[in-house]
Write a protein that binds this ligand. Structure first.
Ligand SMILES: Nc1ncnc2c1ncn2[C@@H]1O[C@H](COP(=O)(O)OP(=O)(O)O)[C@@H](O)[C@H]1O
Ligand SMILES: [Mg+2]
Length: 357
């Protein structure tokens, strides 16, 4: 269920005294969040209905209606708010209103996960490289605001260069790289919420001299909390790839992240299982240090395909770079993943051009 679904179903709601709040324009916004026990729906409504303060029974009636419509709703909250407060909140939630302008015609792939440490950034950079190797101009945008690691994984240490106030993205194997790290320096304790966060993301996207990318891979923050949702909002056109490890625990949280992405109208391309298996260095047979089946569970529960199962890359193979070495079995997995992405009909962004040749 998406906020849009909820809004549509509200067309069928009338209060006991026959008011239709949707028709009367009293519904300000709807948010749907997955929680452990089910979905939580938050509805902001005008604080005055027909010139009188909205009553508890009107609110309770609306909440009960939503719960009656959707069995998966654990809680529905109806929160009154003045029109001025609503306007204020909109300004804070969406600094500069519209999502950042993107290079024209770029297809965006958001790599997401339920928790950190599952290999989201590793998958992001290796997918970007595999797309570049298929011949696509590719960029990677590291939006993981607290866990930015793309520069480290690519062994980029120099500060980013600027030219006439714009950023020149470092290029690694033909991939343009831009990262939150370039903005916050080392471990800068900045509260990246609301307007500040939006500003940094907008700058990364709009003030970078991208080389006409056909694909932009976005390494998003993990999880289902406010921060992940905030960052998601800036990329309404991105299609998402979920990353999980094979264990059930990771799969469960990955599933919730997938539900959250869906609740924000994101299309889910599928799930990647990272650290899926290891080849025994002695006998060559496969073994499963983290267990098996995580991606299959996610795939079943969200009805999305398993896009790849990436094996462990045994330490020492990679040096310190997060890019897998050539001829490693993981490289084959990434190549197939990139081929699947390339074969998928993704919606490129609109005509606004920020192209540089
Ligand atoms: N397939 C793999 N084999 C071995 N190590 C891996 C693999 N994928 C990721 N790692 C390592 O696991 C750690 C976490 O990966 P990372 O991509 O940073 O995760 P996330 O972005 O989800 O927090 C890193 O040290 C990375 O090098
Ligand atoms: Mg990461």
């Amino acid at each position: 269920m998406t906020p849009k679904d909820v809004l549509q179903s509200l067309a069928g709601f009338k209060t006991e005294d026959g008011l239709q709040p949707l028709k009367l324009g009293y519904i300000q916004d709807v948010a749907v969040e997955p929680h452990a026990d089910g979905m939580r729906v938050n509805i902001h409504v005008d604080d005055a209905w027909q010139g009188k303060p909205v009553t508890d029974s009107q609110r309770a009636g609306l909440a009960a209606f939503i719960k009656g419509q959707y069995s998966e709703v654990a809680e529905a909250r109806v929160i009154p708010r003045s029109k001025e407060q609503a306007e204020q909140a909109r300004k804070i939630a969406k600094p500069g209103q519209a999502p950042p302008r993107t290079p024209a015609g770029v297809k965006m792939i958001a790599v997401i996960s339920g928790k950190g440490g599952v290999g989201k950034s590793t998958v992001s950079i290796n997918l970007a490289r595999a797309l570049a190797q298929l011949g696509y101009r590719t960029g990677i945008l590291d939006c993981d605001i607290y866990g930015f690691s793309v520069p480290d994984l690519l062994q980029l240490t120099d500060p980013v260069e600027t030219q006439e106030g714009r950023f020149i993205p470092p290029r690694v194997q033909g991939i343009d790289v831009m990262s939150m790290k370039f903005f916050v320096g080392h471990n800068a304790p900045v509260m990246w919420r609301g307007p500040m966060l939006g500003k940094a993301i907008r700058q990364m996207m709009e003030d970078t001299v991208w080389h006409n990318p056909e694909y932009l891979v976005l390494d998003l923050p993990p999880g289902t909390g406010d921060i992940a949702m905030d960052v998601h909002q800036y990329f309404p056109r991105a299609a998402a790839i979920l990353v999980t490890t094979p264990d059930r625990n990771a799969a469960r949280v990955a599933e919730r992240a997938g539900q959250m992405a869906r609740s924000m109208d994101r299309s889910l391309l599928g799930v990647v299982e990272n650290m899926a298996f290891m080849n025994c260095p002695e006998c060559g047979s496969e073994w499963y240090p983290l267990g098996r089946g995580g991606a299959d569970i996610v795939s079943q529960n969200l009805a999305i395909p398993v896009l790849a199962k990436v094996p462990w890359v045994v330490s020492g193979d990679t040096g310190v770079s997060g890019l897998v070495p050539e001829d490693n079995p993981a490289e084959t997995a990434y190549r197939r993943l990139a081929e699947t992405v390339a074969a998928t009909d993704l919606v490129p962004t609109g005509p606004i051009s920020l192209q540089q040749s």
